[in-house]
Ligand binder design. Structure first.
Ligand code: 3IX
Length: 66
């Protein structure tokens, strides 16, 4: 489950362009998983977006409000 999501939009992505998306597992601490992600031009020269996120492991009952 997404607990936190930060997105920095550095440069617009032109419509119809192809981009490179690189995602990394930074660390895992118990139920917490920290992920980062970068969206760049395919040659890596332009940074479009950088992201960090925290995901929490949950049980099915959490989704049902338990
Ligand atoms: C444009 C290009 C972008 C490219 C992006 C690409 C990749 C980006 C990477 C990933 C993004 C991937 C997908 C995202 C997709 C779409 C996002 C939008 C859609 C959504 O995604 S819509 C949000 C849905 N989501 C919810 O609707 C959550 C509502 N919420 C809850 O359901 C609870 O809140 C829950 C289950 C999260 C936790 O509740 P819980 O009771 O199980 O756990 P509890 O609170 O006890 O916390 C346990 C430990 O986590 C720490 N902790 C908790 N929350 C924290 C926070 N925000 N910041 C820092 N630490 C936090 C505590 O401090 C404690 O830490 P410790 O154990 O060390 O004390």
């Amino acid at each position: 489950m997404t607990a936190n999501l930060n997105i920095n939009y550095r440069r617009p992505i032109p419509l119809g362009s192809t981009v490179l998306l690189e995602s990394s597992l930074e660390k895992k601490e118990g139920r917490k998983t920290f992920i980062t992600c970068r969206v760049t031009s395919t040659d890596g020269s332009k940074l479009h977006t950088e992201t960090s996120a925290l995901f929490l492991s949950i049980t099915a009952s959490h989704l049902l409000g338990g």
